[in-house]
Design a protein around this ligand. Structure first.
Ligand SMILES: [Zn+2]
Length: 85
């Protein structure tokens, strides 16, 4: 099935898609909500009952995808040069 929307996220640089789990060809787990937001880069999924919520979280993968959180964390620190010992 085609993704309803796939966009490269500006903040994290990752590709995030919105999927409709009611689609006949769906293979994603609908538990937790009809709309599945998938971080294509890291393979993490976040389900939402409302499509508006799915759209919001598709634009903010760094709020639910742990790997994207790490990416943002790195960007926030601006790649500061830290030495470990
Ligand atoms: Zn991610």
């Amino acid at each position: 099935m085609p993704a309803l929307r796939t966009r490269a996220n500006r903040r994290t640089g990752t590709a995030v898609s919105i999927w409709d789990t009611r689609h006949p060809d769906n293979w994603l787990d609908p538990e937790g909500g009809r709309w599945a937001v998938v971080c294509e880069t890291h393979g993490n999924v976040s389900n939402h009952e409302r499509r508006e919520d799915a759209r919001y979280f598709a634009s903010h993968p760094d709020e639910w995808c742990e790997a994207c959180m790490d990416v943002r964390g790195v960007q926030k620190s601006d790649y500061m040069e830290e030495t470990n010992g």
